[in-house]
Ligand binder design. Structure first.
Ligand code: C5P
Length: 230
């Protein structure tokens, strides 16, 4: 019997979580939820509202600003992913910029924001049949998920992958800038007080520094097939 399960993929920035998650969602016809895109959306709003350049950079003033925003999610059948609309504008590409990456971990530290985004993710995933990637999914958002994967890779390989990705999108960045940003985000994600990035005891760890995507997928597909039979 093919039971619907929740597959949680956590790990370091640019460790290949979304590549793996997208391949799993395609193979098993599961919905893919990229939880980082929610935190990126809030960071984009904060940048646009010039929160970081002003005295408004405190939570008491930022939260009411968020309440004025209209955030809508639509399943994009083609990409099998949610597209995020901010006041009617599709911001899918804009949240991938280097500018957003430089601020998102600051936003991800705010308890009120984590609380709201956690509820949103639980709501989206309530019927199971999802693969969701992030930092706190296996430990906090869906602690009972049937399969938990934890991804890591050397800082050099992760920076290089991210650098190529940003270049492909036309961003003017150097490898060194990308490397610094990843180190900064790793530190912020590991050391924050609430729901920090941490491998859960019941997760399968994949270090993909020297693994091809095919090798990772072969390994994971076997685990998923076993879990769905139970
Ligand atoms: O996964 P992605 O790199 O898009 O995530 C962007 C940032 O959002 C991370 O660096 C992290 O600070 C934050 N994040 C988080 N919890 C999640 C997903 C992302 O704190 N579940």
């Amino acid at each position: 019997m093919n039971q619907k399960i929740i597959i949680a993929i956590d790990g370091y920035s640019s460790s290949g979580k979304s590549t793996l998650a997208k391949a799993i969602s395609k193979k098993f016809k599961y919905k893919y939820i990229d939880s980082g895109s929610l935190y990126r959306t809030i960071a984009l709003i904060a940048i646009r509202k010039k929160i970081f350049d002003s005295d408004l950079w405190n939570i008491r003033n930022f939260i009411p600003i968020l309440k004025e925003m209209s955030l809508k999610f639509k399943w994009n059948q083609k990409s099998n992913q949610i597209d995020i609309f901010l006041n009617g504008e599709n911001i899918q590409q804009k949240i991938r910029s280097e500018q957003v990456e430089n601020k998102v971990s600051l936003i991800a530290q705010i308890p009120e924001i984590r609380e709201k985004l956690t509820l949103m993710q639980r709501n989206i995933g309530k019927n199971k049949g999802i693969v969701i990637d992030g930092r706190d999914i296996g430990n906090y958002v869906f602690p009972k998920s049937e399969l938990k994967i934890f991804m890591k890779g050397s800082i050099e390989i992760r920076s290089y992958r991210r650098y190529l990705d940003l270049k492909k999108r036309g961003e003017e960045v150097s490898y060194e800038e990308v490397r610094k940003n990843l180190i900064h985000r790793d530190i912020m994600d590991i050391s924050r007080n609430i729901s920090p990035l941490k491998k859960s005891v019941d997760s399968i760890e994949i270090d993909n520094t020297f693994l091809s995507i095919e090798e990772q997928l072969n390994l994971i597909f076997k685990f998923i097939k076993n879990k769905r039979k139970k």
